[in-house]
Design a binder for this molecule. Structure first.
Ligand SMILES: *Cc1c(COP(=O)(O)O)cnc(C)c1O
Length: 419
């Protein structure tokens, strides 16, 4: 069967209120980076997350960049013009993530060191992080992501940061609305970011926010994001600035989406549970989470195929081949079959240590220096957890607007791949 209308991985879901706030911005002529939508959206997000200040920015990436700049200046002082605040400094980063998590470290001239993934939540492995501090005790900054909306092992990671006197940037871009031990993600780092990109749990079509309890940091981010203007009647500058502020039009969309955050999460959770139920008896598992301590936002549903149910699959840098086998399958075959139905899936995010751009950067696994043993790895071996999840995992169509009937058809197609 083939769906007439494409079923997306995760597309924007609008409700009607968004256009009213956009219209209001238009009619009152607040068509800039100032206005009621920005103020109200910042207030609503801060209230939801439980932080004192939310600063609306043009993207989650912009928020993460200013997090990195704040961290660098807090740790190492103000840089010279033209030098990043993290110049020459190593920073420990989640490895299995979208590259927007780690690129801001490069913007500030720092050097990301990638920390391998654990199997309980598919996030940064505290054991590998501890190993990394043994190898590089001078490191003072950690960037932690909550992949696919599933909270990481926050307590363990924070305790390690505390012991090693390190600050933490929390990338909650994918996890807005998810909580850990009753507290919202985006409140655990010294510097925190969320995203309103078009594919996220709620969206402004683009946009992001910096979240903090520090008035000083919030003020700095407001200033930096509006070209670092000093209080003078002319344009006066003491620092390098950025054009990173959110538009009042975009903020209108986010404002209109805010009342639907919990509804979106409930829909995403129902999708996750339906897949889980539908895959019963298959040699697969869903992306896992800590059921006792965390409540994900279930942004994307993912699955991982058992090792002995994997057919042969070989990936180059941009291409892939597999050999179909009875009773076995692989992410590539499943993605092909669901694409034939006009539904969108995607491989699990390719780990940063496997990306050509970051090939020369260190990669630390639970056993220590992963790069030193890279040649010994067989893709899918137990040591390089990120490479293994990348080889066997995939993101499933997780769109809010997918009907249960459509999802059941996708489940049937996936079941057939194992026959
Ligand atoms: C989407 C995303 C970002 C970047 O957010 P933008 O708003 O697209 O700039 C950062 N980190 C992760 C993990 C993301 O998924």
């Amino acid at each position: 069967m083939r769906f007439e209308k494409k079923v997306w991985l995760s597309s924007p879901t609008m409700h009607g209120d968004e256009i009213k706030f956009v219209q209001e911005a238009y009619e009152t002529n607040w068509m800039s980076t100032v206005g009621a939508n920005i103020n109200e959206t910042e207030r609503l997000v801060a209230e939801k997350v439980g932080c004192k200040y939310a600063v609306a920015l043009s993207a989650g990436t912009a928020a993460l960049h200013l997090c990195a700049k704040l961290a660098g200046e807090a740790l190492y002082g103000m840089p010279k013009v033209g030098e990043g605040s993290l110049k020459g400094r190593k920073v420990f980063c989640s490895d299995m993530t979208f590259d927007a998590t780690v690129n801001p470290i490069a913007y500030e001239n720092g050097e990301a060191v990638f920390i391998d993934t654990e199997r309980d939540t598919w996030n940064m492995d505290p054991v590998a992080l501890e190993k990394a501090f043994e190898i590089y005790p001078e490191v003072r900054l950690v960037v932690l992501v909550h992949l696919y909306g599933t909270p990481a092992k926050v307590d363990e990671i924070r305790e390690i940061c505390r012991r090693h006197n390190a600050l933490m940037i929390e990338d909650a871009a994918e996890s807005f609305g998810a909580s850990y031990k009753g507290k919202q993600t985006g409140t655990f780092g010294n510097f925190n970011a969320i995203s309103f990109n078009g594919n996220k749990i709620i969206t402004g079509s683009s946009g992001g926010m910096f979240l903090t309890d520090s008035k000083e940091d919030a003020d700095k981010v407001r200033k930096w994001s509006t070209q670092s203007r000093e209080a003078a009647s002319w344009y006066q500058h003491e620092e390098v600035g950025f054009n990173y502020r959110m538009s009042n039009v975009i903020a209108g969309v986010v404002r209109g989406q805010m009342p639907y955050l919990e509804e979106h999460i409930a829909q995403k959770k129902a999708i996750y549970m339906r897949y889980k139920e539908g895959f019963k008896g298959l040699p697969v598992a869903m992306n896992p989470y800590d059921e006792k301590n965390s409540e994900p936002n279930f942004w994307l549903s993912c699955m991982i195929i058992d090792k002995d149910a994997m057919c042969k699959q070989v990936r180059g840098e941009t291409d892939v081949a597999y050999v179909s086998e009875p009773g076995k399958t692989c992410p590539t075959e499943i993605l092909e079959k669901i694409a034939e139905m006009n539904a969108e899936g995607r491989p699990v995010w390719k780990p940063m240590h496997m990306q050509p751009i970051y090939r020369s950067h260190a990669f630390i696994t639970a056993q220590g220096n992963g790069r030193a043993r890279t040649n010994a790895y067989i893709e899918g071996s137990v040591e390089d957890v990120g490479a293994d999840i990348f080889a066997r995992g995939l993101c499933l169509p997780s769109d809010n607007k997918m009907t249960p009937e459509q999802q059941d058809a996708i489940i049937r197609t996936i079941r057939e791949c194992f026959s």
